[in-house]
Unconditional design. Structure first.
Ligand code: AMP
Ligand code: GLY
Length: 423
């Protein structure tokens, strides 16, 4: 079977690496891919939001399944585009349709969904420019810190956590009146602050059934000790040591099952990954957010821990037979550490030659922001490489990642040396 993966990051590299191991795969295409996926399959240059261009390559290359990496094309309706096209209608797309993608595309949509289905989450209200004064009153009745979220997609930057009431009011006004995050902040969700420790659950559903994938914890801040600006993620660990069986049972019973049932009850078809951002408060799980895709860098630890054939898993998903699928998981821990460009997450340096990749032993290097120029692998993004390792526990896995990182170099390369520090 010929398969296409859409995207170009570490997440898509990990998916490609695993799919390529399947004996079901004939040709694997990655669009646009990176310098690493070029060695795993065939990279095709196109934009993940150019649906007509995607249609053309799908038909030309007899592609029989499409795996969507990032959220953008899902929120823009790539799955709906396939379903409504005569020539593409029978080609399964792993990733939900536009309606369900609103779980990530609109914070308010997600909040209303959780309230409707009694899924534990922080109390909230949403406000627009017309209800700004009510927003101020709502803030006055909350305790600090104040959580303000742009309703729409804001490239991971749309959430502000503020300690001071005056500052919170000022930010709310700027989000609504000055469109601080563009149209994404024409509506703002204000939430009660939850104090706890975060982790993520990953589910694959075929609309009827689901399988629970390995869980993970990522490290979002650029600086050690979780200081500094938010990034896409600087490293990840799977499984999460503090998520014991009792807690995971609560997650399944109170969050995963009601989510799958709620989608059905609301007539929202969903074929694809659900990434549930959770916070553990006094041993109770609450949902911070839904994403309609896998996480990056979480994928770089979740996918390697899946022992089952990933193509078989996706075929079972497309055929709505996940209830018959026996998912095998590697008991070992996996960790990944991201190597990032100088300056990231603000404007960063690019086109740095990467050396030492061939010296890596006992780790897997997943490419993220890399490309090839004059036969050399160079950086082209903020997050450049993810170094994943296995171990009997996360400490052992991490020490392998860190040992191998010593062998890799590019100008101004940096990384967090404290992944897992809080566990
Ligand atoms: P989100 O984009 O909704 O995942 O929010 C980004 C980050 O903000 C989360 O990973 C949390 O660290 C933090 N956050 C979001 N909502 C809350 C909340 N209600 N209480 C505490 N922290 C939150
Ligand atoms: N690592 C967080 C995300 O993928 O959204």
């Amino acid at each position: 079977m010929n398969i296409l993966i859409l995207g170009s990051g570490g997440r898509e590299s990990a998916l490609a690496w695993k799919i390529a191991q399947s004996d079901k795969i004939e040709q694997l295409f990655i669009a646009p891919g990176n310098a690493g996926t070029k060695n795993i399959g065939i990279n095709l240059q196109l934009s993940v939001n150019d649906f007509e261009a995607i249609k053309k390559i799908v038909l030309e290359n007899k592609i029989k399944m499409v795996i969507v990496g990032p959220e953008d094309p899902l929120v823009n309706g790539i799955h709906d585009f396939f379903l409504s096209d005569k020539e593409l209608g029978n080609i399964p797309v792993i990733g939900p349709q536009k309606l369900a993608a609103q779980l990530e595309g609109s914070k308010e949509f997600a909040k209303k969904f959780m309230v409707r289905h009694k899924i534990p989450t922080a109390k909230y209200q949403s406000f627009t420019i017309e209800t700004l004064q009510k927003g101020f009153t709502f803030l006055e009745n909350l305790d600090a810190p104040y959580v303000l979220k742009a309703d729409g997609l804001a490239a991971g930057k749309g959430v502000l956590i503020l300690n001071n009431l005056q500052e919170a009011k000022k930010e709310l006004k700027e989000m609504l009146t000055l469109k601080k995050f563009g149209d994404a902040s024409s509506k703002v969700v204000i939430e009660e602050f939850l104090d706890g420790i975060e982790m993520s659950s990953f589910v694959l559903t075929d609309s009827e059934n689901y399988v629970i994938l390995p869980n993970a914890k990522d490290y979002k801040r650029i600086g050690e000790g979780d200081k500094g600006l938010n990034t896409g993620g600087m490293g990840a660990i799977s499984p999460v040591p503090f998520a014991d069986e009792e807690f995971l049972t609560k997650v399944e019973e109170r969050i995963i099952k009601p989510t799958i049932k709620g989608l059905k009850r609301d007539n929202i078809p969903y074929v694809g990954f659900i990434f549930i951002g959770l916070i553990k408060v006094n041993n109770e799980p609450f949902v911070i957010e839904y994403n309609v895709r896998m996480g990056d860098p979480e994928t770089e630890v979740v996918i390697p821990r899946i022992k089952s054939d990933l193509v078989d898993l996706f075929i079972a998903t497309a055929e709505k037979k996940l209830d018959e699928f026996n998912l095998e998981i590697d008991e070992r821990s996996a960790t990944t550490v991201m190597l990032v460009s100088g300056g990231y997450p603000e404007s960063y340096e690019k086109e740095k030659e990467i050396s030492g990749l061939d010296n890596v032993k006992n780790s897997i290097v997943f490419h993220a922001g890399t490309t090839v120029k004059n036969d050399k692998v160079i950086s082209c993004g903020g997050r450049v490489l993810a170094v994943t390792s296995f171990g009997k526990d996360f400490e052992e896995a991490l020490s392998k990642s860190y040992q191998n990182i010593e062998k890799i170099q590019f100008d101004k390369m940096s990384y967090r040396k404290d992944i897992g520090f809080d566990l």
